[in-house]
Design a protein around this ligand. Structure first.
Ligand code: MSP
Length: 480
């Protein structure tokens, strides 16, 4: 397969489980993915950004029964909520894939399965395993702590079935080489080490299908309608089925695969760095370039949970403070490489310090002076600004929070400049000098607005259009 053009960038989020509405943790995955996607667009690359929902699961069936709805209606409702949240968050995805979509998704999953069969990597076996309902996956004794799943604090059920298996063990060595050499890059390094030690322990073959008697939803295994595909082939294949793999029109697949970046939370890293690349190797499909595993978001130091009452609903914050305020907190106050914390108090502190009283004040002060002193530089040609090397480096190392710091340092720099030069005082005695200073401030503000684009798209646009239309911005951020 020819390598795709350097100028294209394909980025994905995981597909979200629609058994409940999304919380702030999910919003984090979507926001940082959107920041990367917008950054690559800013660089002039052709970008394709995929997100979606992971629908063929028993969890969804159970949740819909609980809600007293039929699964289809339930799914449609929740997916609408996902899309509503993403639109409020300004997530600029190109496609939202739903794995229950028989036209868009099924053909790719089926073709991938068939490719694994052709490579001799699928075999049938009687299996007795420990099944964790929370993970919707089989676990090995090694994964358990005191006989329980450490994530769900539940004792897995013993289940006996005849399933198809995928020969994952066959790819152990080659995965080790590709991950060690960064041909398949795992970020951050600590997560890479974690996967390397998993590979050093050795991978076991994995169960790849379920009996239709056990699970009522899913994609039928080609040639054996008593079995349905298990989550691996069903869900992971979304990254290529969305591009047309397995369908007549696979032009997006030809243009954008391999993915440049899969963004995932650390809880699903193993699936993406062992099973997924092994499937691709088996099918002769090029591997994705990078897998970024971000940490998890807690609230007040504890996992968000309804019982603890510390769940932060993104919609509530978005309705009150807008997309940029939420994006700002997630981007700047959480490191993608570690777990991060979010409380309403911390959110409000950050909002008041850097948005309401920071960039908002600065932009309106500068533009007020520019309007009254008629001090606007010429911006007719300025769409294609050069990105500073440091900003590019940080973004390309996925250090979203540091790249945001870089922009806010520039914002502080302008504040200091105003404090020092005091153009509003200078204007009385030396209007020419004041005009020069303010014109410089406006051009710097323009550059800042440009760099802010991936983080705060709304603010960035507002500042740019105010500068272009030579008008001032009143109360840019103060919503209340
Ligand atoms: N459906 C699977 C992914 C299959 S991808 C082929 C899944 N879905 S999920 O809805 O549970 O999670 C989706 C994403 O949200 C994952 O990246 C997960 O890590 C992330 N998060 C869920 N809770 C989170 C936090 N509390 N904090 C940060 N991210 C979290 O897994």
């Amino acid at each position: 397969m020819p390598l795709k053009s350097e100028k294209s960038f394909y980025i994905t989020t995981p597909i979200f489980y629609p058994n409940a509405n999304l919380h702030m943790g999910h919003a984090y995955t979507a926001v940082i993915s959107d920041i990367f996607s917008r950054y690559h667009k800013l660089k002039g690359e052709q970008t394709y950004f995929l997100t979606g929902s992971d629908e063929n699961t028993q969890k969804v069936v159970e949740a819909s029964l609980k809600a007293g709805k039929n699964p289809k209606d339930f799914l449609n409702e929740i997916v609408l909520n996902f899309k509503n949240l993403f639109s409020k968050l300004n997530i600029s995805y190109d496609q939202f894939i739903r794995t229950s979509d028989e036209i868009v998704h099924f053909p790719g999953a089926i073709k991938l399965w068939q490719a694994l069969v052709s490579s001799g990597d699928i075999y049938k076996k009687k299996y007795e395993g420990l099944y964790c309902v929370g993970h919707e996956s089989f676990m090995t004794e090694k994964d358990l702590v005191d006989g329980m799943c450490p994530d769900h604090k539940m004792t897995p059920e013993k289940i006996q079935e005849e399933n198809y298996f995928f020969r994952l063990s066959r790819y152990n060595q080659i995965l080790k080489e590709k991950i060690e050499s960064d041909e398949l890059k795992i970020v951050p390094n600590g997560r890479k080490n974690e996967i390397m030690s998993l590979l050093n322990d050795g991978l076991e073959d994995v169960s790849f299908s379920r009996s239709r008697k056990v699970s009522s939803v899913g994609i039928p295994v080609p040639g054996d309608s008593d079995q349905i595909m298990y989550v691996w082939c069903d869900a992971l294949s979304n990254y290529i089925s969305a591009l047309g793999y397995g369908r007549e029109d696979d032009s997006l697949f030809k243009k954008f695969w391999p993915a440049n970046l899969h963004v995932v939370g650390k809880d699903i890293l193993r699936f993406h760095t062992a099973i997924w690349p092994a499937m691709l190797l088996s099918a002769g499909i090029p591997l994705p370039q990078t897998i970024l595993a971000h940490g998890l978001i807690t609230s007040g130091g504890r996992k968000m949970s309804k019982t603890l009452g510390n769940v932060i609903d993104p919609i509530e914050l978005l309705n009150e403070y807008g997309a940029d305020a939420v994006r700002y907190y997630l981007a700047r106050h959480i490191s993608p490489f570690e777990d991060g914390d979010l409380t309403k108090e911390a959110f409000l502190d950050a909002y008041n310090a850097s948005l309401a009283n920071g960039i908002g004040n600065l932009a309106s002060r500068i533009l007020k002076m520019a309007v009254s002193y008629e001090a606007f530089p010429d911006f007719s040609q300025s769409e294609d600004n050069q990105l500073p090397e440091e900003y590019k480096r940080l973004m390309e190392e996925y250090q979203v929070n540091k790249a945001a710091d870089f922009v806010w340092e520039k914002i502080q720099g302008l504040d200091l400049f105003i404090q020092k030069e005091e153009p509003f005082k200078v204007f009385k005695g030396n209007p020419e000098k004041a005009r020069q200073d303010v014109s410089y401030l406006v051009s710097e503000l323009w550059n800042i607005a440009f760099l802010l684009g991936p983080f705060l798209p709304e603010t960035s646009e507002k500042i740019k259009s105010a500068i272009k239309d030579k008008k001032m911005i009143e109360s840019l951020f103060i919503r209340k």
